[in-house]
Design a protein around this ligand. Sequence first.
Ligand code: HEM
Ligand code: FES
Length: 343
Amino acid sequence: MSARYVPVGWNASKLVYDAILLIAVAIYIVVFLWLAPRYQHVTLPLDEYSARMAAFGTCAFFLLTAILCIGPAARLDRRFLPLVYNRRHFGVLTCAVALTHANAALDWYFSYSPLDPYVALLSGNTSFRQVSGFPFEAFGIFALAVLVLLAATSHDFWMSFLTPRAWKALHMVLYAGYLAVVLHVALGALQSARNPMLALVMTLCVLLVGSLHFAAGRRPARLAETQGEWIVAGPADTIPEGRAIVVPVAGAEPVAIFRADGKLSAVTNLCAHQNGPLGEGAVIDGCITCPWHGYQYRLADGCAPPPYTEKLVTFRLKLDGGTVLLDPRPNPPGTYVEPLRVA
Ligand code: HEM
Ligand code: FES
């Protein structure tokens, strides 16, 4: 496939993914704003603005929590992988929901203010030295800025322009955004909350994000065994024909070892297009085929077939009895390595 910018088109699975997301958000908002109040018997129900703010604010927080859980969940269990492929749409929707929340907050605060709502928001409270009454909105503004930045740069064009590595590094700022939301709520809504529900649910969400990342981070460490300079990839007969196993490499990207026609070949697990997980793909028409958008690479040298120009880093393999050993030192992209015959 081409090294130049190639937009990834819409397909049926993306449409279904987006439809499910939109329906889930709509159900949440309708239940929160319309259904729940009908069955709630409280003397002082929330006013319309506060209810809208709480509905969209909590919805944005849950969406953000889900986005951060998808990556580690997919590393722990392949069944979550389809959620990874369209995660960017999740991010854009979260940004839209958070903007609606912020807009409701501005309506609520400043409907009667002679100042511009944004000026009033930034200048109204400067008690930065105290916990109670701290201008928690500042954290909300930071989190919103992060969401807008990531949504605006989510398009393929930016990935190609910035390079996948820099783009991925930029998206790590989402963790700072999440922390900002937690502080926004802890110093804001939780200071006056009489019901412990919000505190409880937020704590559970933060614990879920933390424990999934911890579990996913520990997983590769358990697998990396070595024999001298070589990494023990595992028994050759555990690699299914036409598929791959993914071998973690300490301090580097994982390596995918494919089996095709009874021979093994090893390439980086990262697709040259958008860092898609090649090891989740299959060998189709004699080429490694990325599961995300179908870019293809030859097994022996990691080169995309002509006229395309992408090249993957390749690796050497050897057999020790029935065990496959991997040399973790990468060859320059496109280097030919004779496939290792195992059957
Ligand atoms: C310009 C940006 C923002 C402003 C001005 C803002 C303002 C507010 C205000 C006034 C409250 C009510 C606090 C209270 O009840 O004492 C609130 C609550 C909340 N905000 Fe924000 N916010 C912003 C951005 C965000 C973002 C980006 C998120 C999440 C992604 C978020 C999530 C929440 C949540 C979960 C609550 C608690 C809702 C509840 O009462 O149950 N906010 N925000
Ligand atoms: S990431 Fe798009 S084809 Fe691999």
